[in-house]
Design a protein around this ligand. Structure first.
Ligand SMILES: Cc1cc2nc3c(=O)[nH]c(=O)nc-3n(C[C@H](O)[C@H](O)[C@H](O)COP(=O)(O)OP(=O)(O)OC[C@H]3O[C@@H](n4cnc5c(N)ncnc54)[C@H](O)[C@@H]3O)c2cc1C
Length: 464
């Protein structure tokens, strides 16, 4: 089918957020108040922080402030790959924190186990399926990368399954596949909006005071407390946690480390059984391909295919605008690539197309810190892999705010910061040159040009 026809009726809104079950919004904050802890941001970072603050100490008075509605941003519109990795993948972790990696991997697995346990404990209906992730090679040069990832995983004691061309096609039938590495336990598929809404309900049940449509305009030092100023009321809080993702940070210093990168997604209509049978995919694992510009895709609980990724778009000047959530050139490219991957699905239509913005930092894994004499903590920079890792980041923030020295806060990954991006306009130039080089590397069997090799040597990069 002409990809344009397949897209013709697709709604321009995130599928996950466009369904029954969205909760009634909580009220706005309309008066001054106090709190032991004010959490700013109602995505996964803020929700996990508020919930676990209460779990650690039910008597703590916790307020959560969300500028729009719970989960509207990245947390409610992502691919729903909930990964154990805290380091944006094993190879990125190996390159940056080789000595710490066994600990980071263990903590990541524990974090994913605890997410699963939380989902069960609070009865959150978010279609949590621990089916793992299969990385597929679609070009010969990518096979070595899979072997490298397999060796690294085995060295760390896990047992990924390597599939050759015939084996992977028996698992999921695409004529483009040449091999695959399937990590069976390290990733779960979730319905992200329902996870966010379920965490909100859990917060409310634990007594967190949630205020939506309440943007925090500023944080300032008010002696014993920090003042968080919102349009219709100020929260005087003993501690503040920032889970504000990529949005203009309330702490100016974070601007140097974060850039907004747009990522785009399509959702198909539910596949009839006979169509799905042509692909196989009985084990329902998430799939990612292995080029630098990669697709990620997965089944939903009603057997749609979510198909996202490939273009990672930075708008010069680092602007964030609602209009950027739609990008027809990218949707058409995604649709074409979808039918190349699964020609058997000719005739299937897309029902939704959307984009969202990612908090990219130069090391791809979140960074952490404090301000205002350790009374404010932040965790940002998840670079497209924050569905699971935000819970770890939330625990780091709570440890830091409690003044506790823990296994988490002692990690080098937690104590160090990424290299900052240069200021604009150099920032745009550097990022666009890097994007161009990445696309060229993919078109030339993965060969990295001098610019990418220089960035690699400096431990820098651009990813989604
Ligand atoms: C299209 C797309 C696909 C993705 N796919 C995956 C995936 O499959 N797996 C994965 O692990 N990750 C994925 N990600 C990344 C993942 O969604 C994020 O890492 C994660 O959701 C970040 O959560 P967060 O709470 O830090 O940020 P967000 O979800 O962005 O939440 C931040 C919240 O803070 C609020 N806020 C900001 N400033 C203020 C303020 N001043 N006052 C009040 N509120 C404020 C915002 O309104 C927002 O609700 C994807 C992201 C996108 C965009």
């Amino acid at each position: 089918m002409d990809p344009l026809k397949a897209l013709a009726d697709a709604e321009r809104t995130p599928y996950w957020l466009d369904r029954p079950g969205a909760p009634e919004p909580s009220p706005r904050l309309t008066n001054d108040t106090t709190a032991d802890l004010a959490v700013i941001g109602g995505g996964f970072s803020g929700l996990w922080t508020a919930l676990m603050a209460k779990e650690r100490d039910p008597s703590r008075d916790v307020v959560l402030l969300e500028g729009k509605s719970i989960g509207w941003a990245a947390s409610g519109r992502n691919g729903g790959f909930c990964a154990a990795s805290l380091t944006h993948g094993l190879l990125n972790g190996l390159a940056r924190w080789p000595d710490e990696l066994p600990t980071l991997e263990r903590l990541g697995q524990e974090n994913l186990d605890e997410i699963e346990a939380t989902v069960e404990r609070y009865g959150i209906r978010c279609s949590f399926e621990r089916t793992g992730e299969m990385n597929v090679a679609t070009e010969e040069w990518q096979l070595e990368g899979l072997r490298e990832a397999e060796r690294a995983a085995r060295d760390l004691g896990s047992e990924p399954v390597y599939l050759d061309r015939d084996q992977v096609r028996a698992e999921v039938n695409s004529p483009t596949y040449l091999g695959a590495l399937w990590e069976r336990d390290a990733v779960a598929m979730v319905d992200p909006a329902r996870l966010a809404w379920g965490l909100r309900d859990a917060c409310l049940r634990m007594g967190v005071r949630v205020f939506e449509h309440t943007p925090a305009r500023s944080v300032s030092d008010a002696g014993e407390r920090l003042d968080v100023v919102t349009p219709h009321g100020t929260v005087r809080a003993r501690r503040v946690a920032l889970g504000t993702g990529v949005f203009p940070p309330l702490l100016r210093r974070l601007r140097h480390f974060l850039v907004p990168v747009y990522d785009y997604v399509l959702m198909t209509e539910p596949l009839p059984d006979h169509k799905l049978a042509e692909i196989g995919w009985r084990n329902r694992q998430g799939i990612g391909d292995s080029a630098n510009q990669f697709h990620y895709y997965r089944l939903t609980d009603d057997n749609r295919i979510l198909w996202g990724g490939y273009d990672a778009v930075y708008h010069n000047g680092g602007l964030i605008k609602d209009g950027y959530d739609q990008r027809d050139a990218t949707f058409e490219k995604l649709a074409r690539n979808f039918f190349t991957t699964f020609p058997q699905l000719d005739g299937v239509r897309f029902t939704h197309r959307w984009g969202g913005v990612i908090d990219t930092c130069s090391r791809f894994a979140a960074f952490y810190g404090t301000a205002y004499r350790s009374r404010l903590a932040y965790a940002v920079g998840y670079t497209g892999l924050g569905v699971g890792a935000t819970r770890f980041g939330a625990n780091v923030m709570l440890d830091l705010l409690g003044g506790e020295s823990t296994e988490r806060t002692r990690l080098r990954m937690v104590r160090t910061k990424p290299v900052p991006f240069p200021p604009e306009p150099a920032r745009s130039g550097v990022i666009q040159l890097t994007r161009w080089s990445i696309a060229r590397a993919d078109a030339h069997e993965g060969r990295r040009n001098l610019w990418l090799r220089t960035l690699d040597a400096m431990g820098l990069g651009f990813d989604s």
